[in-house]
Write a protein that binds this ligand. Sequence first.
Ligand SMILES: [Ca+2]
Ligand SMILES: [Ca+2]
Ligand SMILES: [Ca+2]
Length: 167
Amino acid sequence: MDCMVDKRMKAAFLGALGLALAVSPVLLVFVPQRAAGTDELMKSLPAYTQYKCLICHTTQSPTPQLHRLNPFGEDFLANGKAWNRTLALLNSDGDRCSNGSEIGDRDGDGVFDDGEEARENSNPGNSADCTAPISQATWGIIKEIFNQEIRQDMGLDPDHDSSSYFP
Ligand SMILES: [Ca+2]
Ligand SMILES: [Ca+2]
Ligand SMILES: [Ca+2]
């Protein structure tokens, strides 16, 4: 009797194993795989750590089956998959920011603009995302405008009052 149970279990195990081996090629086809080349191409951009695949693709996890490009990805492809001045000066997604401004390298020389972190300011492939970086010089201008406004609102002479409300 025990022997009969063992034989049935062995047959069931072998049957399951056979089925698994038979469908494994099918499973490999349907299990999402990462699009080949995406990681290497991404690393050719000056910055990619914030948006990663979404810089060029319409999905965060592109696969060989689903890897549609966004407007920046299309321009990157048309530019020979190279980051340079030509691509930096384009505004692929049609917002107010050039690709270089969004990536943080306005002139496309591969070197980040002064005072900027080595990360994207906004996504060059998403027209709803356009953030201008605030450099030290820009911040100085903003402070001066606010200080002038406050001095004028308080009735102080902006030419002779040097008080500043921003450090
Ligand atoms: Ca743009
Ligand atoms: Ca630069
Ligand atoms: Ca954008």
